[in-house]
Design a protein around this ligand. Structure first.
Ligand code: TYC
Length: 101
């Protein structure tokens, strides 16, 4: 008798880690240079990257400053809001879960 062995693919039990965008929101009062400083200080962006993201937020209403785990994203939001309020800027920052995560 010939036996046929079929290799059965084991299903991975590892769940994909959820990922969260940190978004900056536009407003009429926060200074552009301040937003660039936030992007450099908390999101490690170059001057050019920070300028491009700041301008995108200014024109589109929102822009992604980074993508992280929930914990890190939440910490970034708190750091940005604390820094903005200390400097009397109304800048707002939120997190959004990525659809594919
Ligand atoms: N709209 C602001 C201005 O004209 C600039 C700005 C950019 C504010 C990005 C917030 O997240 C922001 N001074």
């Amino acid at each position: 008798m010939t036996r046929i062995t079929v290799a059965k693919k084991t299903k991975s039990k590892l769940k994909k880690p959820k990922r969260f965008q940190v978004l900056l929101l536009n407003d009429d009062y926060t200074e552009m240079d301040f937003v660039v400083e936030v992007l450099r200080r908390f999101f490690a962006k170059s001057k050019e990257q920070a300028n491009a993201i700041m301008l995108k937020v200014h024109l589109d209403g929102e822009g992604v400053s980074g993508v992280y785990s929930h914990d890190v994203a939440q910490t970034k939001v708190q750091q940005v809001i604390d820094f903005a309020r200390q400097n009397e800027q109304p800048l707002m920052c939120i997190i959004r879960q990525l659809d594919d995560s």
